[in-house]
Design a protein around this ligand. Sequence first.
Ligand SMILES: [Zn+2]
Length: 129
Amino acid sequence: MKRVLLVCSLVVLATSSRSQTFRVVGNSKLAKIAGRINGEHEKYAITFGKTIFVSCTKEDFLSEDWWVRHEVTHVQQYKKYGVFGFLKRYVGYAIVYRYRENPFEKEAISAEDDPLTRGIAATTTASNQ
Ligand SMILES: [Zn+2]
C-alpha cells in the first residue's frame, strides 16, 4: 500500500509544471551523523547535488511536502551554482550567518510553504546507507 501511495505521489508530482528531478536515500548514516552533530536526533536531511540523504525512510520524507520543497530548493541551488560553487558559498555563509539567516536556508525555508515549488519529479533509490 505504501508503495502504491508513493507511486501515486510521484505521478502527481511529476505532472506538475515546474519539474525538478532528485534522488532520495533513506535511512542514511550520513544524514543520521550530520543530524547528531547538529543536535537533531529524529529527522534530518542533507543534500548533495541532486541527492537528498535522509535519516528517516524515503516514504516518511516524501510524505512531508514542506520538507521536500525545502530540500528540493537546495537541489536547485546546487544546479544554479554547481556543487563546488554551492558548497563554497554555503560554508562561507555558515561562518557569517546563523542557520535561518543563511541566504540559501532563507530561500529554502520560504519555499516550504510556497505552492509554486510543488512541481517536483522524484526518482528515488532504495538504500540502507
Ligand atoms: Zn536547508
